[in-house]
Design a protein around this ligand. Structure first.
Ligand code: GAL
Length: 658
């Protein structure tokens, strides 16, 4: 599937059956290949235990399939029916405040509930048996957005007993747990696994290894829940792609682990909703109010494409204003098309728009769609027509392995949330900031998880790898890649202890650095980093005092330990003893790319360049036309130089390949 496929999310149950045929015909006429259905239909299909009303869904599938659409079917486990909750109220999730979260919206289940797991397997089996081999059903989505509405962590009784069991499997004896957690601290020893509680509602901070293990346990529950449905679909829906729709900005479970069980990683992309909900400074939000931040979607596309081993689909693409952020602006004209092609440039094989027609009632009435609720085309449908024309002009192209990779380990993000030291520690944002700096230099990026093979990259970046095992450090060493290693990396063992040799622990040999103290500075502090090349930058927040015999590229200009090393470079690794941001970060990464012998581009800050096979793409996120960076002879397939506002250009260099 190297040509872009297009699709739409459709809720036939919300419309009169007399409209289905016409909807299907229009979808095909508009150039859509896929229709994604049924993720919230359990209560309609099985309105009472064991009573199944399949007729309407059978008919929908027939109508859509006969019209020529490929169907992505879903298992409906994101919305258990009321009768099931009444039968088993213990299925409901419990918030960190200890309160049960109720029925009446969606995602009202706890991943630890064995009863719910069995019910989810039962209903998934019913759906899979009925439609698994249906010739119109080409792919399956499991459930819907696992962490939507913060539902990965649940503090229920089921979670507590599941956690105890998980700990027993992990540690074997309570003494081993006491050792690993260091419960001698504050005298909080346990004498049996059945004494262990969940780490919410405590007087002071929980034991950090306890908190980290609860994150690991909760993440494992998501993986098991997903896996249980994958296993069912493998039996009843042979040859169909299986996916789940990951969210942007979601780090609460290990997506690498869940992705390993899927054929395709799905991703829901809402560039403006995500911008409004982000911690970006106000001037950035103002600047990209109607375009979305240039790297937010790209970051997730690259992360999820890597997790999907090259297979990533956008399962929900923002079509216009959404209804769920604090405020919901309209995208600038052209942006739905731009986001779609940007997703393709970053490796998407398919893009599906959320949703077909704007709802007239219930929760999402203010969410736009391809069609308005009166059935007329909305702006996104106009742009879709252009996307379909564009598609005709592009030859098939597949994304290639990048030369630069970023290591993202979810447990390091959890660890820094548990022990922040600095309340403003940017944690997961660090990854996006490093990514954005690379992208502004025109560099394509892959992502690695701790289990992945790091071979074949010229440069690997570890923006924040707080938890570092000796195995991972050995793999990185053996990879031969040059490394850029951010502050805090290697500062904790997998048990969340300080390594015997101090930070960066298992990375000590690679970096030639030893961290003897950390401090964090408030934003009002005025301290500097002086580079040996003459550049000077302010920094704030996290800072480390390090010892080294390696080359020093920068020193702190500080009222404490003035002159201590700030950037250290060994033959393999550049180590940063603070968190560079903005232009400082960009200049460090530019130097690191040069050091690794990699080419960069001088790009306008509002322009992004990405490559997919022989195709080069440029996207203008700014408010005036932008010129392309200098380059080889270009044969334009779409657009031209300069690139208009809200527009893109696609070209091949030195003409198409012979
Ligand atoms: C997603 C969700 C969809 C819909 C959409 C609205 O998070 O998967 O079902 O609610 O948001 O933007």
């Amino acid at each position: 599937m190297s040509k872009l496929e297009l699709g739409v999310c459709y809720y036939p149950e919300q419309w009169d059956p007399s409209e289905w045929r016409d909807d299907a015909k229009r979808m095909v006429e508009m150039g859509l290949d896929w229709v994604r259905i049924a993720e919230f239909t359990w209560g309609l299909i099985e309105p009472a235990r064991g009573q199944f009303h399949w007729d309407w869904l059978d008919e929908v599938i027939e109508v859509l399939g006969q019209a020529g659409l490929k169907i992505m079917m879903s298992t409906p486990t994101a919305a258990p029916p009321k009768w099931l909750i009444d039968e088993h109220p213990e299925i409901l999730p419990v918030g960190p405040d200890g309160r049960v979260r109720g029925y009446g919206s969606r995602r009202h289940y706890c991943f630890s509930s064995q009863i719910y797991l069995a019910e989810a397997q039962r209903i998934a089996t019913e759906y899979a048996r009925r439609y698994g081999k249906n010739p119109h059903v080409h792919a399956w989505q499991i459930d819907n957005e696992y962490n939507d509405h913060d539902t990965v962590l649940s503090y229920s009784d089921a979670a507590c007993s599941g956690f105890r069991h998980w700990l027993e499997q992990r540690y074997g004896t309570i003494d081993a747990l006491n050792q690993a957690w260091g419960t001698v601290f504050w005298g909080s020893l346990y004498s049996g696994f059945d004494q262990i509680e969940l780490p919410n509602g405590l007087v002071a901070a929980p034991n950090p290894t306890h908190a980290l293990d609860f994150m690991r346990y909760s993440s494992d529950r998501v993986r098991l829940f997903n896996r249980a449905q994958v296993d069912i679909l493998r039996i009843h829906a042979p040859g169909r792609d299986i996916t789940h729709n990951f969210m942007a900005g979601s780090f609460e479970f290990d997506h690498h682990a869940v992705a390993a069980d899927l054929d395709v990683v799905g991703f829901d992309s809402y560039p403006l909703g995500n911008l409004m909900g982000s911690t970006m400074p106000d001037d950035e939000k103002r600047r990209y109010l109607r375009t979305g931040a240039p790297d937010y979607q790209g970051f997730h596309c690259d992360l999820y494409r890597s997790q999907g081993r090259g297979r990533m689909w956008i399962l929900e693409q923002q079509p216009g204003p959404v209804d769920w952020a604090a405020s919901n602006p309209s995208p600038a004209e052209g942006m739905v098309r731009l986001w779609t092609w940007a997703a393709y440039a970053h490796g998407a094989q398919a893009v599906m728009f959320f949703r077909w027609r704007q709802a007239k009632y219930a929760q999402e009435q203010y969410h736009s769609a391809l069609l308005r609720s009166d059935n007329n085309l909305d702006q996104a449908a106009v742009e879709l027509a252009q996307i379909v024309k564009d598609r005709e002009t592009l030859p098939p192209a597949a994304r290639r392995k990048a030369k630069v990779a970023m290591l993202l380990d979810y447990s390091s993000i959890w660890a820094a949330d548990i022990l922040p030291h600095d309340d403003d520690f940017p944690n997961s944002h660090i990854f996006r900031e490093w990514y954005a700096s690379l992208r502004q230099l025109g560099v394509d990026v892959d992502f690695l998880g701790p289990e992945d093979d790091p071979d074949g990259y010229a440069l690997i970046l570890l923006p924040q790898s707080m938890i570092m095992s000796t195995d991972l450090a050995a793999k990185l060493t053996a990879s031969g890649a040059k490394l850029v290693i951010g502050a805090r990396s290697g500062s904790k063992t997998p048990q969340m202890h300080t390594p015997d040799n101090l930070a960066p622990g298992a990375l000590a040999a690679l970096t030639g650095v030893r961290v003897t103290r950390v401090e964090s500075l408030p934003a009002l502090a005025q301290e500097y980093v002086q580079l040996t090349n003459g550049q000077r930058y302010t920094f704030t927040g996290w800072r480390e005092i390090v010892e080294t015999k390696e080359g020093i590229l920068a020193r702190f200009d500080s009222s404490y330990c003035d002159g201590s090393p700030a950037i250290v470079r060994s033959d393999r690794a550049t180590y940063l003893a603070m968190l560079p941001r903005g232009t400082f970060l960009q200049s460090i990464l530019k130097q690191a790319l040069d050091w690794a012998g990699l080419k960069t581009l001088e790009c306008d800050p509002d322009m992004r360049i990405a490559r997919r096979g022989t195709l080069h793409f440029a996207f203008n996120f700014g408010d005036i036309p932008k010129s392309l960076p200098a380059g080889d002879h270009r044969t334009f397939l779409i657009g031209t130089d300069p690139v208009n506002v809200g527009d893109l250009a696609v070209w091949q260099e030195n003409g198409p390949p012979k």
